[in-house]
Write a protein that binds this ligand. Structure first.
Ligand SMILES: Cc1cc2nc3c(=O)[nH]c(=O)nc-3n(C[C@H](O)[C@H](O)[C@H](O)COP(=O)(O)O)c2cc1C
Ligand code: SF4
Length: 445
């Protein structure tokens, strides 16, 4: 796969799919707008591989999604005049529930073990539950097992280490085929490549994590944590063939206590390259472990907490600020991969919003392709403006994460730099239902 420039828009979920995961006209409009700026590549948002209800997250879990996905790939090719390659990020994630009310959690969800019954002096299950509802949070924190306390305070979240659950124990058997089927659909739909989502808070990243203590050969030592990600890759490769562009996105550092760090990432990157991946895209952080407590009725959001701030840093982050923040770690992976004799292209960014910043990174050889998510949202034409030497016309990202706030609320993602511009003259289909925000960046005049 040749890129027309060393630029890359990484995956960004805009919350525009139908509630059962189909491509909508708004999804097409979102990607068409990015394609008009003609970046080297666009990676379509995290797209679910399981055929289960997952809200308005795009899905690739069945052939019924193919017509919409085919139109999406064609839209990017057409709108960029063939200049932009379009890949799709495919994701698996484990169940996560909203933070429950006290009454719901202790009335229904908490498991009444004999220890808990004893601790709350219950005579039967109903009285134990009633006593728990009546207790103060401080007393509950004292008597509840750690996992139940977390489910009460943050909402229940399944982990790859929950091997007492058959579905979790069986992930090494089920996931390779699910990823392979999804990738084969992407290829069929006309995408130029597939990115396996091995980053952030999701299933595959959790296998790579130093916090993965599974003792079935898929956890513990680094080699074992890498095993399923490699097996998934190999199964996908067998399905899509040697010449189809296939890579993954993974973390330079998880930025959580007891998590994986750069030494792990250097090892993973080298092994992914050795296995034959065609590109490695790097991100950082974005974990559930340090996510801030969600409001009642809301689910935990992995882009809060320190790891979340590293993933999408704002101008409020400490020295040296958000700009090119992941590049020093990415460069270490590039050099390790090259030293091991592989030329696998490495993609990274975070906080990139100017030509010279990107150019210096490329000149130094830190990475091969520079990615920019929020800057591309702030100004989808910025690649074209740079190409034409009209950098002074670029609408710069403020890096204050208004867009991320919308993502967190599962609202249509827009940018504060343009979503209230020219509301009167915007075509109705480009406006939110309440007419107060435009959903698509205005045309560059
Ligand atoms: C609204 C929004 C949605 C995102 N969705 C995804 C996603 O689906 N998959 C992913 O790997 N990263 C996702 N990210 C993270 C970005 O790809 C990127 O890594 C991050 O924003 C930092 O890069 P930047 O400084 O260039 O924005 C998302 C970011 C934003 C702002
Ligand atoms: S909303 Fe703010 S942080 Fe997000 S892309 Fe726009 S300017 Fe950047």
């Amino acid at each position: 796969m040749d890129l027309s420039s060393r630029t890359w828009i990484p995956a960004m979920v805009p919350w525009r799919a139908t509630s059962d995961g189909f491509v909508t006209p708004q999804v097409l409009a979102w990607y068409r707008r990015f394609a008009e700026g003609k970046p080297g590549a666009i990676v379509v948002e995290a797209t679910g591989i399981r055929d289960i209800p997952s809200g308005p997250l795009l899905r690739i879990s069945h052939d019924r999604y193919l017509p919409g996905l085919r139109e999406l790939a064609r839209t990017v090719h057409d709108a960029s005049g063939g200049k932009t390659r379009v890949l799709i990020q495919i994701i698996d994630f484990l169940p996560i529930r909203r933070r429950p009310t006290k009454e719901a959690f202790f009335g229904r969800f908490v498991q009444i073990t004999s220890e808990l019954m004893h601790a709350v002096h219950g005579s039967d299950e109903a009285s134990a539950r009633a006593n728990l509802v009546a207790m103060s949070d401080a007393d509950l924190a004292r008597i509840l097992p750690a996992r139940e306390l977390e489910s009460y305070q943050h909402g229940y979240r399944e982990r790859v280490t929950d091997v007492h659950l058959e579905s979790v124990r069986g992930l090494p058997e089920t996931l390779p085929a699910l990823f392979a089927d999804a990738a084969a659909r992407a290829q069929d739909a006309g995408f130029d490549g597939v990115e396996l989502h091995y980053a952030h808070a999701y299933t595959m990243a959790s296998f790579l994590s130093a916090k993965n203590t599974r003792d079935d050969g898929y956890g513990g030592a680094r080699e074992n944590r890498l095993r399923l990600p490699i097996e998934v890759y190999q199964r996908v490769r067998d399905r899509v063939g040697e010449s189809y562009p296939l890579g993954c996105r993974f973390l330079t550092d998880e930025v959580i206590e007891g998590g994986s760090h750069i030494e792990d990432a250097v090892y993973f990157g080298t092994e992914f390259a050795r296995a034959g991946m065609d590109f490695l895209s790097l991100s950082k952080g974005g974990k559930f472990e340090d996510a801030k407590q969600p409001a009642l009725g809301h689910a935990a959001y992995p882009y809060t907490g320190e790891s979340g701030h590293e993933c999408m840093p704002t101008v409020r982050i400490a020295t040296p600020g958000p700009f090119a923040r992941n590049i020093p770690l990415a460069a270490r992976i590039t050099h390790a991969v090259r030293s091991a004799g592989f030329q696998t292209p490495i993609i990274a960014g975070t906080g990139i919003s100017s030509f010279w910043q990107a150019e210096e990174i490329l000149q130094r050889g830190d990475v091969d392709v520079v990615s920019a998510a929020r800057q591309s949202l702030a100004d989808p034409d910025w690649f074209e403006k740079m190409r034409q030497g009209r950098g002074d016309e670029i609408r710069r990202c403020f890096f204050t994460n208004y867009c991320e706030g919308l993502d967190q609320a599962h609202k249509s993602v827009t940018c504060q730099r343009w979503d209230r511009e020219d509301l009167d003259t915007a075509p109705p289909q480009d406006l939110s239902a309440d007419g107060k925000r435009r959903l698509i960046a205005p045309a560059w005049r």
